[in-house]
Write a protein that binds this ligand. Structure first.
Ligand code: OOB
Length: 538
């Protein structure tokens, strides 16, 4: 059980949670919205696809039958690594129907992350594609399967591959009988420790956040949601994301190419009403919109989250793109905050929103876990109807207080209205334009190189991405002839060879003879960040 029994009973009794599960999710949507268009996009072969709610539910059922034939059973964990293509939605729907649990990998993950996810979850299968954006995913999956026992690989070429050979079109399949309180799927954490953590989300908690998010964002059957960020990310899945749109009977439009011009074409041709971006993409949209004056007249709401949006950029959204801005501050572990459509302009541009629910408990504390007065900055702890009480397999227990609050690692301030302003971070994580990098994870990989005696990875302010990543290195043998540039080149190669996702490879390397230390003798990242201002980067 992911939440204590009394907590489950309370949320259920108060009607926050229901016994609905994702096993019947697409069938329920199909019953409600039948011929309405659910999903628009391309399949892996590049063929345009448009599916009604009934067609989507049928495709998921057919895929479920195929996956069952291939040995997937209720309770199995299945790694899914697919870009923004229709197969992703069909596969997720199929796995849920069987009562299996998708592990939501990002397309950017490589051997290091994927083998860890496969091992941790004891995955039964790895569903992926052939080559995508220059990466041979099939080869990657084969390598994982050769290293981790029991993993079958399914490589998809097109949506037709999810259709069993001789299945009559009207085949039905009863959704698996699963508990709403049990694990529906695993999200992956950006991470602050040496290894990325898996996040177990239950049917009841996730569906609660989906329903409430859909209400807050005023979704209905007329909503047309453009997916630009990776579809498997928590933001795109549920805030309110594709699941919120399906729940409300709207249309999801998948864009597999994140360039602003492709998005602008789709906004005009599909009459998109809502999209979700990270701050660097807002910047790119503003730049391209200025040059091309695209038709964005249908766009009503632009959601921005994943990293701090500067007030300066926030103020430009409405006048230059002609739509409302919504700031979204969330985390795969649970808590999601939104600015509301009815909020004043000031709140929308200067805060990161307020929690979904009155049942989200917010505790802002000092370094000794003591509450700070309202309005003062402190560490954000949270507990509530959709925030996890622990990581998969009990990893990183120190991320939770004894009474079940999650330590978000974010430094925030709360206004009287309940809105939060994210002021910084107390976690050793770099937020590179919404992509999260665990300092410790990269340091561990770097220290494994024979030339590296010690490593410290820190964020460096960057105008476009918010932050970039810098690795400070103490070398094993000081060799005056080798420049930091050469070492940086070697270490980048080393990280790639170890299968680290490209976005985690440091942008800069700095070589020093020793690290500055804090009073207790720990490496002082604060001083390293300050030192960067005096160094020229390589
Ligand atoms: C979202 O989820 P994750 O798990 O990739 O990252 C969570 C972390 C937060 O703890 C915070 O440090 C940062 O990302 N963050 C923001 C932010 N939104 C997320 N920092 C400042 N301002 C924001 N608006 O990133 C995520 C999950 C669901 C919805 C939206 C974002």
């Amino acid at each position: 059980m992911l939440y204590p029994d009394d907590v489950c009973a309370d949320y259920l009794a108060r009607g926050l949670w229901t016994t609905e599960t994702f096993a019947e999710f697409f069938d329920v949507c199909s019953d409600r919205y039948s011929t309405h268009t659910a999903l628009v996009g391309h399949d892996l072969a590049g063929t345009p696809v448009r599916l009604s709610y009934t067609q989507l539910a049928d495709a998921a059922t057919a895929a479920a039958i195929l996956l069952r034939e291939k040995g997937v059973q209720q309770g199995d964990y299945v790694l899914v690594q697919l870009p923004n293509v229709v197969e992703f939605v069909v596969v997720i729907g199929a796995l849920w129907k069987l009562g299996a649990r998708p592990v939501m990998c990002l397309p950017a993950h490589r051997k290091a992350e994927l083998s860890h996810f496969a091992q941790q979850s004891k995955a039964r299968m790895f569903i992926t594609c052939h080559t995508w954006a220059g990466c041979d995913h099939a080869a990657l999956a084969a390598e994982i399967a050769s290293q981790v026992e029991g993993v079958e690989v399914l490589v998809l070429k097109s949506v037709g591959d999810l259709q069993p050979a001789d299945q009559p079109t009207n085949t039905t399949l009863t959704p698996a009988n699963v508990s709403a309180f049990d694990v529906a799927f695993l999200q992956v954490s950006g991470g602050t420790t040496g290894i990325p953590k898996l996040i177990p989300r239950s049917h009841a908690d996730y569906l609660y956040s989906v329903r409430e998010s859909a209400k807050i964002c005023q979704l209905d059957t007329q909503t047309k949601f453009l997916v630009v960020l990776p579809v498997s990310h928590n933001f795109t899945m549920s805030s309110p994301g594709i699941l919120g749109v399906f729940y409300s009977g709207g249309t999801v439009v998948l864009n597999a190419d994140p360039s602003p011009s492709t998005s602008f074409e789709l906004i005009a041709s599909e009459r998109i009403t809502m999209a979700a971006l990270v701050p660097p993409l807002v910047n790119a949209w503003l730049m391209v919109a200025k040059m091309r004056t695209p038709d964005l007249s249908s766009l009503r709401m632009l959601q921005v989250g994943g990293a701090k949006l500067t007030e300066q950029l926030a103020r430009r959204v409405q006048p230059e793109l002609g739509c409302r801005l919504q700031q979204v501050f969330g985390m795969a572990e649970g808590l999601v905050c939104y600015t509301r459509p009815e909020d004043s302009e000031e709140l929308v541009v200067s805060t990161q929103g307020r929690p979904i629910s009155a049942d989200d408990e917010i505790r802002i504390v000092d370094d000794h876990d003591q509450p700070v007065p309202l309005g003062q900055r402190g560490h954000l702890l949270t507990r509530g109807p959709y925030t996890i009480r622990g990581y998969f397999a009990g990893a990183a227990p120190h991320s939770f207080t004894e009474d079940g609050f999650y330590r978000t690692g974010d430094i925030v301030r709360q206004l009287d209205s309940g809105h939060l302003i994210v002021e910084g971070r107390d976690k050793d994580q770099i937020n590179r334009g919404g992509e999260k990098i665990s300092a410790e994870e990269i340091e561990d990989h770097l220290i494994a190189h024979p030339d590296v005696f010690d490593a410290a990875v820190v964020g460096v302010p960057d105008e476009t991405l918010g932050e970039k990543c810098c690795a400070w290195i103490v070398v094993t043998h000081h060799d005056d002839t080798a420049s930091a540039k050469e070492l940086g080149h070697r270490l980048r190669q080393h990280l790639r060879a170890r299968g680290v996702a490209e976005f985690k490879i440091p942008d800069f390397f700095q070589v020093v003879t020793a690290f500055p230390v804090t009073g207790v003798g720990k490496t002082s990242r604060k001083q390293l960040r300050a030192l960067l201002k005096d160094h020229s980067s390589t």
